[in-house]
Structure formats: structure tokens, C-alpha cells
Design a protein. Structure first.
Length: 214
């Protein structure tokens, strides 16, 4: 317990850093994921190509490489932002590809007649997708989206290697202070458990309330 009690503020700072990364990157991932899923099923060919390229590149690129590309590559083009914001963009964009595919699989479960009925009433593609198709698709993909965001929370540990304050990075300071590396990682693991179990509990509530009855 000494490792935790004597360094509670350090753990707390790292814990809050991970929570902030997870929340902000999740928002970016959900927005981009919804957008790319819309592109993947759009009637405009160029949109479908863009969505396909986005998903293909990000799903097949190691997250660490993406961090290097964003944190070290973008400043070379004059885009200088705080490291935490760069980390949010890297995590959010990477995870958006998986959110997109989860949503697209949900869209494919919605009967085609739903969209045809909406179009027969004069609704545009955007109206059909936003008010008819996506709400039904989301109900069926709540569990996989929850799992994807849990993975995002754990992936945020990579940000510590790029001078971003987060939970895993606290081990460096504690190791330099001579604390037991085993107990240092035990309390780090507890912090990640709190975050991931909280996300899991949230999505369990959403699934019970909005999920498709089986």
C-alpha cells in the first residue's frame, strides 16, 4: 500500500490523464466512425472509396506507427499542437476505423425495406440514414462498440512514450524513486481495471435499455 499512499497524487494525475485521453479520443472515434460508416454505404462512389481507404489504412497500420506519424510528422507541415491533442487524434482516428466497421455490420442487419420505405416517402439519403437506418443499426452494435472503446482505453498507454501524461507512464517516476516495480504495476493495473469496468458497465446499461432483444 505504501506505493499507492505515498504517491497518490502521481497516480491520480496519471489516472485522470488516461481518463481524459479515453473520453476525448472516444468522442473523436465515434464521430469519425459514424461519418465513415455513412461514407461506406453512401450512393456516391467517391465517398465509398474514401471510407474504404480510411478503414483499410488505419485498420492495417500499427497504432505505434500512427503515433509517430501524427506526433512527429504533422509538426513538419507546420501543425504544432500539444502532445495530448496529437495523442487524442491518433487514438481517435485509429479507433474510428473499427467503430466504422462495427456500425457498417449493424447497418447490414437493417432490412433493405426500411430504407426503401423511407425513400418512397421522399426522404433524402442523409435523412434515411440518420433517422431510420443508423438508430436501428446502433441498437445491434452496442456490445462491439463498447469492446472497441475498452480497447481504446488500454491503447492509450502508448501515449506515455510520447511525453503524454497517462497512467502507465507513472511507473518511470516510481521506478526512479526505488519503489517495487511489481506493486507499481499492480496499482497501475487496478487503475486500468476501474476505467475498463466503468466503460463495460456503461455499455451494459445501454445494451439493456436500447439493445435488440434476443
Amino acid at each position: 500500500m505504501d506505493v499507492l499512499t505515498e504517491n497518490f497524487s502521481l497516480y491520480g494525475k496519471g489516472f485522470l490523464g488516461t481518463v481524459e485521453l479515453t473520453v476525448y479520443a472516444s468522442l473523436v472515434a465515434l464521430v469519425l466512425g459514424f461519418l465513415m460508416a455513412s461514407f461506406r454505404v453512401a450512393p456516391v462512389g467517391s465517398f465509398r472509396v474514401f471510407g474504404t481507404v480510411w478503414v483499410t489504412i488505419l485498420r492495417n497500420t500499427p497504432l505505434t506507427l500512427l503515433f509517430f506519424a501524427v506526433l512527429l510528422g504533422l509538426p513538419r507541415f507546420g501543425l504544432v499542437l500539444p502532445f495530448q491533442l496529437f495523442a487524442v487524434l491518433a487514438l481517435g482516428c485509429y479507433t474510428s476505423a473499427f467503430i466504422c466497421e462495427a456500425l457498417r455490420s449493424g447497418i447490414n442487419t437493417v432490412p433493405k425495406g426500411q430504407g426503401e420505405a423511407a425513400r418512397s416517402l421522399g426522404m433524402s439519403f442523409g435523412q434515411t440514414l440518420g433517422t431510420v437506418v443508423l438508430p436501428q443499426a446502433f441498437r445491434s452494435v452496442i456490445p462491439p462498440i463498447g469492446s472497441t472503446l475498452i480497447a481504446l482505453a488500454k491503447n492509450s498507454a502508448i501515449a506515455g512514450a510520447f511525453s503524454v501524461t497517462e497512467l502507465l507512464g507513472t511507473y518511470k517516476t516510481l521506478n526512479e524513486l526505488g519503489y517495487s516495480i511489481i506493486w507499481t504495476f499492480v496499482w497501475i493495473a487496478v487503475g486500468y481495471l476501474i476505467i475498463t469496468l466503468s466503460i463495460s458497465a456503461l455499455f451494459n446499461v445501454l445494451e439493456k435499455r436500447y439493445g435488440v432483444a434476443r
